[in-house]
Design a binder for this molecule. Structure first.
Ligand SMILES: *Cc1c(COP(=O)(O)O)cnc(C)c1O
Length: 397
């Protein structure tokens, strides 16, 4: 290869639909409507329909989506929320940001999603919710997890940031728990040209609370959020909103956030959503080639629970004993790689006060030391795929 094959590549995606994207962005610029408005609500309606949910709320980023979803279900200081030890930091950071304590559970050895058999042991009287992460683009075991949620009265928040378009038992990620969060960060399967996020739910009350939290807890939805936080009923009259002469946005009922999906980003997402299925299908096609043609015994390709899951390969992650030397070998052959993620959450310095030790989550720790993502994106070219497979199959440990 004369060029380095990237792990992901956003320029190629842009070039493939640049006229459409340029047109959409310029339309927003000339419209003068930059915050919320039609582009954002169009995208919310289209994304909710795509996912198979009643409601969607566009927010500033995936981390805020998690924070707002946690606030909407009423998680607060002193509560515990169970999540997977292997994820991007934001999953646990959001739990801590609302004052709650993340409680980590190891991932499964094969799928790398949260191990449902380990969840019940971690439930206490303080547990309020479970956040399964659809890691790498494959849904967690939602049947088992939702069953535990029902048994103990816990809400299920999907972290679907890596799984836009993934399916579980024929239903889309984002429609499987009580509420779901997506990051629309540029590299995600559906990504904008900056930061963005979206929340999906079928629950009207949760939807209205999220709508309030993203705009400083204001407006009529703020009344619903207030009721959620205090248990006290308020109506618009007693809340003294003068809808005739003042804007409801200047009446604040709870402490919220300034976290909205930008109109420009929404216009980009309205274009890209049209291509998501096609791009995911191409990712699966590339994965099929890797799965069937990578032949080195010491390179383990990803395990898909194919009777229930349709994977979308946000990243294609292999595991191997000598990860670092394998990585150096690929780098020397002009093939970029990545590690998702080098430090499991329970061993992050920011969570050292929680007292976890090395050895507590053997599967997450194994992954941190032995996993490697190889190039995966819809615009990867046939000759690049051929080259990657050939180079990997020639590797001598
Ligand atoms: C990307 C990601 C996030 C955070 O999203 P941002 O948009 O960067 O805030 C959260 N959880 C997971 C699993 C992610 O992959």
């Amino acid at each position: 290869m004369t060029h380095k094959i990237p792990l992901m590549n956003l320029t190629r995606q842009y070039n493939s639909i640049s006229e459409e994207l340029n047109g959409a962005v310029l339309k927003v610029l000339s419209s003068g409507q930059y915050i919320l408005g039609k582009q954002v609500s169009d995208f919310e309606i289209a994304f909710a329909e795509y996912v198979g949910c009643k409601y969607a709320v566009g927010v500033g980023n995936g981390t805020d989506a998690l924070v707002i979803a946690l606030r909407a279900i009423g998680v607060k200081a002193g509560d515990e929320v169970i999540t997977c030890a292997m994820s991007f930091f934001a999953t646990a950071e959001a739990i801590a940001a609302v004052g709650a304590t993340p409680v980590f559970v190891d991932c499964r050895k094969d799928t790398y999603t949260i191990d449902p058999d380990e969840i019940e042991k971690k439930i206490t009287s303080k547990t309020k919710a479970i956040i399964p992460v659809h890691l790498y683009g494959q849904c967690a075991d939602m049947d088992e997890i939702c069953e535990i949620g029902e048994k103990y009265g816990l809400k299920i928040i999907e972290d679907a940031s890596q799984a836009a378009g993934a399916e579980y038992n024929g239903k889309k990620a984002g429609s499987l728990g009580n509420i779901a969060c997506f990051s629309l960060f540029p590299t995600k399967n559906l990504g904008c040209a900056g930061d963005g996020g979206i929340i999906t739910t079928d629950d009207e009350t949760l939807y209205k609370r999220c709508m309030a939290y993203r705009v400083h807890g204001s407006g009529e939805n703020g009344i619903i959020a207030y009721q959620g936080e205090t248990g006290e009923k308020l109506d618009a009259d007693s809340a003294a909103i003068d809808f005739q002469s003042n804007l409801p946005k200047y009446y604040n009922f709870v402490i919220g956030y300034n976290s909205r999906l930008d109109a420009i980003q929404a216009s980009i997402l309205n274009c890209k959503l049209q291509y998501l299925e096609q791009w995911n299908e191409r990712r699966r096609e590339i994965a099929r080639q890797y799965d069937t043609r990578l032949s080195k015994a010491e390179i383990m390709t990803p395990y898909v629970q194919s009777d229930r899951n349709k994977h979308v390969y946000y990243v294609y992650v292999i595991t191997t004993k000598e990860r670092d030397s394998f990585r150096t070998y690929l780098d020397g052959k002009n093939i970029a790689t990545g590690v998702y993620f080098p430090i499991p959450l329970h061993l992050q310095t920011a969570f050292s006060h929680l007292g976890y030790r090395k050895g507590d989550m053997p599967n997450a720790e194994y992954l941190a030391e032995h996993s490697l993502a190889i190039p995966m994106f819809a615009e990867l070219e046939e000759e690049e795929i051929e080259f990657i497979i050939e180079i990997i199959n020639r590797y001598e440990a």
